[in-house]
Ligand binder design. Structure first.
Ligand code: S3P
Length: 439
């Protein structure tokens, strides 16, 4: 890899303007994967062209799908469910946990062998959460110690349909099992005790798969009927709320700011940040609410104002799991204390987001208390934080962008040591922030 790219943002005045953010990462991965399993041409507009999604595209090409970009539109010619081919070389997943875990699900019910490799961050992340259920479906795995990458797996066809109760709230695990079930005989069911993002369910239905959702005492049971035939689709990917979160919090903390982000996905399984910010007293409004490609979308307008510390209800965590790093930043400027618990999953993201955020915030003069499963942030009421630190992003895009946003309201510069990981999910982040007035 080339040299580190340090990043430091500051605000010389209010942020203002109307912008759009790149396409939703979760939906983009799924559009490529389901398109690759449909027969004939799927077209996708608004696909996120971040490194993570490009890793998915490269892996699907290596397994027989034809994927091309024409202007701003992506075209996918799929191989049909059951038609994936043996890849000739290892699949390089880069930094992307979603690519890895969902593709493992796809491969699990195909009679092929594939090796997954990734960067240092991905190679430290737990994969047993998917290899356990996929193993029950008949796939076999050889991995680095602790169930980590590099990992070689062999799928089984016909796979064994499964009923699986998720031990962790994870849309990636849910999706991996459902995707394996697409090419298994009979029905495969995943029960989720807490609702996680439902993009797979929505999009599989649009592609013509039989998907049933039943709410029961154990939680939400999602059932897919296997040996499915997927019909190609025209998909429009909404803006990623997880990317919008950064300009949203930036506008909230820089006095006098007013920013609109157009066309953002506000699926109720993803909009927890908006609900929490509203509880903290933020001025966030949704305009032009509409549906795009089976997903609710809105224009989000945010104005700076006073935030009040709250106890964040732990049951909201799954609907904003990727937004906690930047919520910690917002909480640093609130009046009073914000208590966030039930976030053990943050420790196994691209970095240990509780520990890394706690260290960086402390270095920048924010008072925090680290909990095993969360963080307590003592807000300063909206003043500048001290800043004046260089923060390690640890190959984690959301850590890098969170500290870039913190720097907008710091007395001395906050420098992110290496902002290159931002390209995994939010190409154009710096250009967007500067368009709003950041320097
Ligand atoms: C994702 C699910 C979440 C999220 C990740 C994307 C997905 O991961 O953090 O960025 O697209 O399904 P978990 O399933 O590990 O919670």
């Amino acid at each position: 890899m080339d040299a580190h790219q340090p990043l430091s943002l500051r605000a010389e005045g209010p942020l203002s303007g109307t912008v759009t953010v790149p396409g939703d990462k979760s939906i983009s991965h799924r559009a490529l994967m389901f398109g690759a399993l449909a027969v004939a041409e799927t077209v996708v507009d608004g696909l996120l062209e971040g490194e993570d999604v490009l890793s998915t595209a490269a892996a699907l090409r290596a397994m027989g799908a034809e994927i091309v970009k024409e202007g701003g539109r992506w075209r996918i010619w799929g191989v049909g469910v059951g038609g994936l081919l043996q890849p000739a070389t290892a699949l390089d997943m880069g930094n992307s946990g979603t690519s890895t875990r969902l593709l493992m699900g796809l491969i699990a019910s195909h009679p092929i062998t594939a090796t997954f490799i990734g960067d240092a961050s991905l190679s430290a992340r737990p994969m047993a959460r998917v290899t356990v259920p996929l193993g029950l479906m008949g796939a076999s795995f050889a991995s680095a110690p602790g169930g980590r990458l590099p990992l070689t797996m062999t799928g089984r066809c016909p796979a064994v349909p499964l009923r699986y109760v998720l031990p962790v709230a994870s849309a990636q695990v849910k999706s991996a099992v459902l995707l394996a079930g697409l090419n298994a005989p009979g029905r495969t069911t995943v029960v989720e005790p807490e609702a996680t993002r439902d993009h797979s369910e929505r999009m599989l239905r649009a592609f013509g798969a039989e998907v049933r959702v039943d709410d029961g005492p154990e939680g939400r049971a999602i059932t897919v009927t296997g040996e499915a035939e997927l019909r190609p689709q025209a998909i429009v990917v909404p803006g990623d709320i997880s990317s919008a979160a950064f300009p949203i919090v930036a506008a909230l903390i820089v006095p006098g700011s007013r920013v609109t982000i157009g066309g953002v996905g506000v699926n109720p399984t993803r909009d927890g940040l908006l609900r929490v910010l509203a509880m903290m007293g933020a001025d966030v409004t949704l305009g032009q609410q509409r549906e795009v490609g089976g997903e609710p979308v809105a224009d989000i307008t945010v104005a700076a104002g006073t935030l009040t510390g709250i106890e964040v209800p732990p049951e909201i965590a799954a609907s904003m799991i990727d937004e906690f790093p930047v919520l910690f930043v917002a909480a640093a400027f609130a009046q009073g204390t914000t208590v966030m618990r039930g976030l053990a999953e943050l420790r196994v993201k691209e970095s240990d987001r509780i520990a890394v955020m706690a260290a960086g915030l402390t270095a920048c003069g924010v008072r925090v208390e680290e909990l095993p499963d969360g963080l307590i942030v003592h807000g300063n009421g909206g003043d500048l934080v001290a800043g004046g630190a260089t923060v390690a992003a640890r190959l984690d895009h959301r850590i890098a962008m969170s500290f870039a946003v913190l720097g907008l309201r710091a007395a001395a510069a906050v420098t992110v040591d290496d902002a290159r990981p931002v390209a995994t999910s939010f190409p154009g982040f710096v250009a967007l922030m500067t368009a709003l007035g950041a320097v």
